[in-house]
Design a protein around this ligand. Structure first.
Ligand code: FES
Length: 201
């Protein structure tokens, strides 16, 4: 029977690195990104992530794991046409959208072009509805302006605020690709109107 007793720290680190690399479908490492297990996740953690693809600039964000849910087929997504879904449940404020951003890479982006992202639809300021506000102009991919106080969010950089009254990034839905199937597997950031992201935990 194998045991970890007697294994030095270097060996343990190598094992963890191999495990993360084996799940390279996500932008963040598996260990940082996926904290769910089975049907319901209970874990929460703070991770460090790059704001810009290929950049060393880093920030931190709270990640909470969720049940895995099939939300779209990669082959069926059309460039710059958002598709709506609910996540992590069908309760209040769970409306969200997934979009393939026409080849513009993004933090947390999925697919060969890293251009598929998903976000909650509620403005983090006072919960204004962001449905129908997706904008694709040149290299910019934006959600907003919010109809209440004009906040806009950058979908290429983990939903950071570009302008307006909001000061918290838009909650990003964490995605995983399995063949042609796209699964939501977690949230990054707190959904507006909730005290915690997992209502049943
Ligand atoms: S609710 Fe969206 S900016 Fe205030």
């Amino acid at each position: 029977m194998s045991t970890d007793r007697g294994i030095d720290d270097t060996t343990r680190r190598k094992r963890k690195t191999r495990s993360s690399a084996a799940h390279g479908k996500c932008m963040l490492t598996r260990r940082q990104f996926l904290l769910y297990s089975g049907g319901t996740a209970m874990a929460a953690s703070t991770v460090s992530l790059g704001l810009f693809p290929g950049s060393a600039t880093a920030t931190t964000a709270k990640v909470v794991g969720y049940p895995r849910k099939l939300i779209a087929k990669l082959s069926e997504l059309k460039d710059n046409v958002p598709v709506d879904f609910n996540y992590p449940d069908d309760l209040g404020n769970s409306s969200a959208m997934i979009v393939k951003m026409g080849g513009v890479p993004a933090g947390g982006g999925l697919g060969s072009q890293r251009d598929v992202v998903a976000y909650n639809y509620l403005c983090t300021h006072q919960g204004g509805p962001l449905q129908g506000s997706y904008v694709a102009e040149g290299p910019h991919r934006i959600l907003g302006q919010c109809p209440l106080h004009l906040s806009t969010y950058d979908l290429t950089r983990h939903g950071i605020v570009i302008s307006g009254q909001a000061y918290e990034s838009l909650p990003q839905v964490l995605l995983e690709l399995d063949g042609d199937d796209i699964y939501a597997v977690g949230m990054m950031g707190l959904i507006f109107g909730r005290h915690k992201n997992l209502l049943e935990s």
